[in-house]
Design a protein around this ligand. Structure first.
Ligand SMILES: [Zn+2]
Length: 466
């Protein structure tokens, strides 16, 4: 068996791991978009380092685009095999791929027209990674898989999904294959969830594998101990919306983060603690995704299921309003009424959140609460640097709003959570843990903490004989 990590090695995006089995079959675990550099999205993802026609099956851990976003391009280039994932991942994947394609189309159109002096010059249009027909062809290849039920891939190979936490439908993969007279096993954690996070279950350990490919996103970093999500939200609402009559603006990813925040606000409402202010969910993708979370209550954690039994609803409560319409979004953004606005994208790169930040960043009564990881180079990261001025649409603006950060809604385990998971999953038979899905600092820090199994930081494109 051979393993080659073609993405998320030394970085966090573009997850794509190739497993070459002794029976000559090739399996891809995830096929995500590398979006380290937004301006070179097509260049960085167009070509695969292997012939797509020679991949026999894809196993998809979850629906985030850095794990599924390049699947339609794989199909466009000749992949015809099955794509295995959970039913919830299938539905989320469709919405996320559609959203990703519409962003590609918008970017391509923007790049087509450039001004040269006063004359508008039309550039040759940039190619897209795929078209709508490839998205639909991709979805037709998807096979739904249940958690905990082994799926036979070939006569000598099977895999089983375990709950990864992280987002709705996310799975870890435990694979068993026979080589000669020997059974070999390999696990892929996919992205793991944060212990005790809202909505999703805690990550579930897999049976001890011979080899494990593990995420290491938060290696060397620790979530704050004092970060109960309800306390964090209530504190900022009281301070900004009640104390200052201002707006609390929360940039949040459309899948996972937005739902966790809305559920937490609903809990505060049910406990009678939420002040009578309006809460706006302002992302079309988040609105679709929130509906899907409600359809898969059986996959969510016990706290959510108990809440549903008591109140008959997870997300809907009187203070909550969804802004499907862009004009309404613009009105709310500049209106004086105190409110909470939850909008995408989480790193303040693209999406409606940009308008909310632009309209409120120079307002001393507003707070911008960053609720997730912001990669270096993103606008969210710039805000967290504590700058006094920032450039938005080429115009310098003073930062008068309060810029705050919380990791109470993190969707990944921290250093201690990762070590806990790895100790529970790895056993004496584990010959090697390969670390992926992190910057080099985080993987190195996690490696230092692992003294219960041999560990290696996976190198991109290097083939490991297992
Ligand atoms: Zn993810």
């Amino acid at each position: 068996m051979k393993l080659t990590c073609w993405g998320a090695a030394g970085t966090v995006t573009g997850s794509m791991h190739l497993l070459e089995l002794p029976n000559g079959k090739n399996i891809l675990i995830d096929c995500g978009l590398n979006y380290e550099n937004k301006n070179e999205l097509v260049e960085n993802n167009l070509h695969f380092p292997f012939p797509p026609k020679k991949i026999h099956a894809v196993i998809l851990t979850h629906a985030h685009v850095d794990h599924c976003g390049n699947l339609p391009n794989l199909v466009r280039q000749g992949f015809e095999g099955p794509i295995f994932c959970t039913a919830a991942t299938k539905e989320l994947t469709y919405h996320l791929l559609e959203d990703s394609l519409s962003i590609q189309i918008m970017d391509s159109q923007k790049k087509q027209m450039t001004r040269k002096g006063k004359k508008v010059v039309k550039k040759p249009s940039k190619p897209l990674l795929y078209q709508y027909k490839h998205l639909h062809q991709t979805m037709a290849l998807v096979r739904e898989v249940e958690f905990h039920i082994p799926v036979s891939l070939f006569s000598d190979t099977q895999f089983t999904f375990y709950h990864a936490g992280h987002i709705l439908g996310a799975a870890s993969v435990f694979m068993e294959t026979v080589e000669g007279n020997t059974k070999k096993t390999i696990g892929f954690t996919g992205d793991l969830g944060n212990y005790k996070s809202k909505l999703v279950r805690d990550p579930e350990p897999m049976p001890s594998p011979d080899f494990l490919v593990s995420e290491s996103t938060y290696g060397g970093r620790y979530h704050s101990a004092d970060n109960d999500p309800k306390d964090v939200l209530l504190h900022h609402i009281q301070k900004t919306c009640v104390g200052l009559s201002g707006k609390l603006i929360i940039p949040a990813f459309s899948v996972g983060r937005t739902q966790a925040i809305i559920f937490t606000l609903h809990q505060l409402y049910a406990e009678g603690k939420l002040p009578p202010i309006k809460i706006y969910s302002d992302s079309p993708l988040a609105i679709k995704t929130t509906g899907l979370y409600s359809q898969y209550i059986n996959l969510l954690d016990q706290e959510t299921q108990d809440f549903y039994k008591q109140y008959g609803e997870i997300f809907n409560f009187p203070n909550l309003h969804s802004l499907a319409n862009k004009a309404h979004s613009e009105y709310i953004s500049t209106d004086y009424e105190p409110c909470v606005i939850i909008s995408a994208a989480g790193m303040v790169e693209g999406g409606r959140i940009q308008e909310h930040v632009k309209n409120n960043i120079s307002n001393a009564f507003s707070t911008i609460l960053i609720a997730g990881f912001c990669a270096e180079g993103t606008f969210g990261h710039q805000l967290l640097q504590g700058r006094q001025t920032v450039f938005i649409n080429h115009k310098e603006r003073r930062v008068m709003a309060s810029i705050q950060k919380t990791d109470a809604f993190s969707a990944h385990p921290d250093h201690l959570g990762l070590l806990n998971y790895l100790k529970l999953t790895c056993g004496s038979i584990t010959k090697k843990i390969f670390l992926v899905h992190a910057d080099p600092f985080s993987s190195a820090a996690l490696k230092q903490g692992i003294d219960f199994a041999p560990v290696e930081i996976a190198s991109k494109g290097f083939t490991y004989e297992l």
